[in-house]
Design a protein around this ligand. Structure first.
Ligand code: THU
Length: 132
């Protein structure tokens, strides 16, 4: 499954819009129902409006009715880690088991960690009281 997720992220990376950083990123999330959703980074001339690949993938999943992520893969030059903001967004849609975070490099190397490795004490204290 990790390989399938990495391949999906690689494919999404081809659509990255990164004319400013020249650092294309592809992401793919696996949801608890077994579906895969992808994203790429989307930059903006107003730099702060850039959206990371991970959050685009998660937004795609949530917009399709999915609420639980079991794994996320990102593909970059050099097997990058998700940024802190993305880790918090992954946390929002993590189930009871900490999702696997798979960082794959374009040279083929792969690092597998979990969300709790990155963020053992993430903010989870504010619980929604409905499914709206
Ligand atoms: N980027 C991501 O897409 N995901 C991350 O977790 C970190 C950074 C993007 C944002 C920007 O387009 C480029 O990588 C360089 O920071």
């Amino acid at each position: 499954m990790n390989n399938e997720l990495i391949r999906a992220a690689e494919e999404a990376r081809k659509n990255a819009y990164a004319p400013y950083s020249k650092f294309p990123v592809g992401a793919a999330v696996l949801t608890s129902s077994g579906r895969i959703f992808t994203g790429c980074n989307i930059e903006n001339a107003s730099f702060g409006l850039t959206i990371c690949a991970e959050r685009v993938a998660i937004a795609n999943a949530v917009a399709s009715g999915e609420r639980e992520i079991t794994a996320l893969a990102i593909v970059t030059n050099g097997a990058a880690s998700p940024c802190g903001a993305c880790l918090q967004v992954i946390q929002e849609f993590a189930g009871s088991k900490s999702p696997a975070i798979i960082s794959a490099s374009t040279d083929g190397s792969v690092i597998v960690r979990s969300l709790s490795d990155y963020m053992p004490f993430g903010f989870t204290d504010f619980k929604p009281d409905s499914d709206v």
